[in-house]
Ligand binder design. Structure first.
Ligand code: ATP
Ligand code: MG
Length: 545
């Protein structure tokens, strides 16, 4: 058996458990409730919950709700739904805002230790005085206030005495530090805004760098996993924890997931939603978890995708077709099969009795050819796919052609005897005769090269099919030239709605709850909003494993 190698996080965890550095592991998933989760978050969820599961630990869900202006309970609810749908359950549901009192107390501790001060400079002055990578910053004129004055001002900030932007609390570290984040980073700012949980209680709110590590520490998180761009923040994360002498959580970084033909920034996704480029956060073309769910992706396929992508320490971009491969692989095993015709042309069986119906058994899944079955009705008038008939066909064309034979899947062999066209030369009707001796299971099996799917014209269900293509035409949406609007790359053909499609009647009785296969066409899932059948993906691989 092939030995599975550990990824770098598993190596760290196993070493920590072996050395006794920690007895059990605790991770957390810390979304900011300012948008819907996307496939990148799914990667992070699978990682955090997956590691805890593997090593017998637990995972907290912590809403990182330190910015009152952008956050909303609508997002909180959707995030919880999405995580559970992916198949994970958190040990505790926490909110960074639960810790506002504790964080405030610790800020006073740092002030008393002479490690934090109230700065009256404007945002602009603070920015200008930070210096550059090659030049040290300039110390604030307020940097050496007494502890008493700092405490008094900070308490009055909290009491709401000062307007937004007039003062901030900063850590007192080193204005010449080579890591710019150490140049007296902001800890608190004044925002007179209601918070979705704490209401009007607070008008000062902690900054990410101050709140995040402290929140991890309060929850005794052992392995705080985040994306690579936070690696420069790690020393600051450690600094606060060390100065406060609290539980030593540690931060580890992995590469964020990027996908081709996709934008995943919340700002851009929100813009697509707000301006109606897509039909909401759960538009089946969106990379959001709710969009993938509405499209017909399964949780199993997304977890398999996260596993296949692995954890890297270098940023890279993953081909969207790998995600499609994963859902195809899952549905190929599990999806029930049905026949549907999405670009129909009429086919009449001349030697079939008007009004007569013959029912055939067809397996719901070819992996189990002996059933369970669905029942397909063979009738005089049928529909086949327009592309399955060719007037002047090349030699190797094995579907229907004049005088040619083809099997209508699960049933008889039919032979094309004539056809009609309209003024534009478009085929309007094909006439065939069927061969009664070609019935499957009846005597000798006669084979023909082509087998096509079909639907009865009189005994089928009319359905609508939503065909999707990539939302963006450009592969590397994250690498567009400066000044180019990403919306210019929206694919105008990313959605094609096909009305008047026909499907075998048992499709509507399907109770599997997952996508089905339309034979020869791909996987389709009934849209929860418009009732059409969303094409999840085609049958053919475009990805080479
Ligand atoms: P945005 O920058 O678009 O607002 P975000 O990364 O800030 O998104 P959060 O809600 O803060 O979104 O993310 C929650 C967690 O998910 C974080 O730990 C973050 O590192 C992780 N995450 C976000 N995007 C990705 C991604 N593309 N790949 C892997 N992990 C991600
Ligand atoms: Mg964030």
């Amino acid at each position: 058996m092939e030995e599975k190698t550990l990824n770098f996080l598993e190596e760290i965890i196993e070493a920590d458990l072996a050395s006794g550095k920690c007895k059990t592991i605790k991770t957390r998933f810390p979304p900011e409730p300012n948008g819907y989760l996307h496939i990148g978050h799914a990667k992070s969820i699978c990682l955090n919950f997956g590691l805890a599961q593997k090593y017998g630990g637990t995972t907290n869900l912590r809403f990182d709700d330190t910015n009152p202006v952008k956050e909303d309970t609508e997002y909180v609810d959707s995030i919880k739904e999405d995580i559970q749908w992916l198949g994970f359950q958190w040990a505790n549901e926490f909110y960074a805002s639960d810790y506002f009192d504790q964080l405030y107390e610790w800020a006073e501790v740092l002030i008393k230790k002479g490690l934090a001060y109230v700065d009256d400079q404007s945002q602009e002055e603070i920015r200008q005085n930070r210096g550059t990578v090659s030049q040290p910053g300039v110390e604030s004129p307020w940097r050496n206030r007494s502890v008493e004055e700092n405490l008094d001002l900070f308490r009055r900030m909290k009491a709401g005495e000062f307007p937004d932007g007039s003062r901030v609390l900063r850590a007192k570290i080193d204005m010449a530090h080579p890591n710019m984040l150490f140049r007296d980073p902001l800890m608190y700012r004044i925002i007179h805004a209601d918070h979705h949980r704490t209401g009007s209680k607070w008008c000062i709110y902690p900054m990410y760098d101050y709140a995040h590590g402290e929140s991890d520490s309060i929850e005794n998180i052992t392995h705080s996993i985040c994306t690579l761009e936070f690696d420069v923040h790690r020393p600051l994360y450690d600094w606060f924890i060390e100065k406060l002498g609290i539980f030593p959580s540690h931060q580890y970084e992995f590469a964020r997931l990027n996908l081709t033909h996709t934008v995943m920034s919340k700002r851009k996704m929100l813009e697509l939603v707000k301006n109606g480029y897509v039909d909401g956060w759960d538009d089946p073309r969106m990379p959001t978890i709710c969009g993938l769910r509405r499209r017909g992706y399964t949780p199993e396929s997304i977890r398999a995708f996260a596993e296949k992508v692995g954890v890297a320490k270098r940023d890279n971009i993953i081909d969207l077709s790998l995600l499609e491969w994963c859902v195809r692989d899952d549905l190929n095993r599990r999806a029930n099969r049905y026949m549907a015709v999405i670009d129909p042309v009429k086919l009449v069986i001349d030697n079939w009795k008007e009004g007569e119906v013959e029912w055939f058994n067809a397996p719901l899944n070819p992996e189990s050819p002996d059933g369970p079955f669905r029942r397909v009705p063979f009738t005089k008038e049928m529909y086949i796919e327009r592309a399955d008939f060719m007037e002047e066909a090349p030699k190797k064309y094995f579907r229907l052609k004049p005088d040619g034979e083809v099997r209508l899947k699960y049933t008889y062999i039919v032979k094309c005897v004539s056809y009609q066209k309209d003024a534009e030369g478009r085929i309007t009707e094909i006439h065939c005769t069927y061969d009664p001796t070609s019935k499957p299971g009846a005597g000798e099996w006669r084979s023909v090269k082509g087998t096509i799917h079909w639907a009865s014209a009189t005994h089928s269900e009319k359905i609508t099919v939503n065909l999707f293509d990539r939302l963006f035409t450009e592969e590397k949406m994250g690498e567009l030239p400066e000044g180019v609007d990403y919306k210019e790359y929206l694919n105008p053909e990313s959605l094609v709605v096909k009305e008047n499609c026909y499907a075998e009647p048992d499709l509507l009785k399907d109770t599997s709850g997952i996508a089905v296969q339309f034979e020869r066409l791909g996987y389709f899932f009934k849209d929860s909003k418009n009732g059409g059948y969303n094409k999840v993906t085609g049958l053919k691989d475009t990805f080479k494993l």
